[in-house]
Write a protein that binds this ligand. Structure first.
Ligand SMILES: [Zn+2]
Length: 91
């Protein structure tokens, strides 16, 4: 968690300082939802679409399992979506 100034107004989204290091993309990889415990297709930041929790996941490993954190019934089950792709091989 970052220092206090961000916590009170936090809107449950990934936070960054410089947009110079991020590029907007329409790649379909950002639309796919992944099951808890499933394979990580690309390294990056993944968001739980039920509650907004974010995790870092590494390619070829597994996404956090269903018991990673608790949801209310309204939040439904955990499903992960990549929100930031980490480029391990920049050109
Ligand atoms: Zn969640």
């Amino acid at each position: 968690m970052l220092s206090g100034s961000l916590t009170g107004e936090r809107t449950a989204m990934a936070i960054y300082k410089s947009g110079a290091y991020l590029t907007q993309s329409q790649d379909a990889a950002f639309d796919a939802e992944h099951e808890p415990g499933g394979a990580v297709p690309h390294s990056g930041i993944y968001r739980c679409m039920g509650c907004g929790r974010e995790v870092v996941a590494e390619e070829s490993r597994k996404l956090p399992p269903q018991n990673h954190h608790e949801h209310s019934s309204a939040q439904g089950k955990i499903r992960w979506r990549m929100i930031v792709y980490a480029d391990h091989k920049p050109k």
